[in-house]
Design a protein around this ligand. Structure first.
Ligand SMILES: [Zn+2]
Length: 239
């Protein structure tokens, strides 16, 4: 089989390299859009989506999530092996608002092109400027997710899709059984969480956490009642 002279069989073509960069970026962009705009989510996304809150799983810019100890696919709990995925996820601040404003300015400028053609250029500048601002208002967070697999499903275990948005980490898991188990785990953690927080702050056992923060500053003041007669003195002077 003849090989074209300009192609090196050892080296991937320029198109293949471009695709290697573009495809993951586009896949992540689509996933981001499905999280930012929930009605764009597919049925699979909705069935396998788990929203992990930052409170219990994020330290600084690092996320650490351990999924329930069961096979990601068949839910068995025997002969399991853990696999950890690390990923750098780009997060955005108010992306929809920025894009919305850029689109509105661009559309307005396009309407004015019939009066002055330069407005078409301004419309493009607004779009490009919006994209630049979205990138400028972004940062990276490190996500570490641990999943479990039995020997039969170890080879097919893939990294879950991830989106960090609005202080939550959204994971699209591989199966509905794992999704249900993870949701139950998060629910249980949510119930336990406030108790842990209360134990950390004060060792008192109270169901409502909000009042406990107010008790500390408000306990000393009962004494000032002894000074009330002084107020009566002021009234006497007026009479
Ligand atoms: Zn399995």
């Amino acid at each position: 089989m003849a090989i074209p002279l300009d192609e090196d069989p050892e080296r991937p073509s320029r198109m293949a390299r471009l695709r290697a960069v573009w495809n993951p970026a586009w896949a992540q962009a689509r996933q981001n859009l499905r999280v930012w705009i929930p009605w764009l989510a597919t049925r699979r996304d909705a069935a396998c989506r788990v929203c992990v809150p930052s409170r219990d799983h994020r330290t600084g810019l690092n996320w650490e999530v351990a999924l329930p100890r069961q096979c990601w696919f068949c839910a068995t709990t025997e002969r399991l092996e853990a696999r950890t995925f690390d990923r750098d996820v780009r997060c955005f601040e108010h992306p929809l608002q920025i894009v919305g404003v850029a689109l509105a300015i661009s559309a307005f400028c396009l309407l004015l092109t019939c009066i002055w053609w330069v407005m078409a250029v301004v419309a493009w500048v607004a779009l490009i400027g919006g994209a630049v601002v979205v990138l400028l208002k972004s940062w990276h967070e490190q996500v570490q997710v641990t999943l479990w697999a039995c020997p039969d499903h170890r080879a097919t275990l893939r990294r879950p899709e991830m989106v960090v948005f609005d202080d939550d980490l959204t994971l699209i898991l591989g199966s509905e059984s794992l999704t249900a188990a993870m949701r139950a785990q998060l629910k249980a953690l949510r119930k336990v969480g406030p108790r842990d927080a209360a134990e950390g702050a004060t060792s008192r056992s109270s169901d409502s956490s909000a009042p406990s923060t107010q008790y500390a500053p408000s306990t000393p003041p009962p004494q000032p009642r002894a000074e009330l007669p002084k107020i009566k003195l002021a009234g006497d002077e007026e009479e």
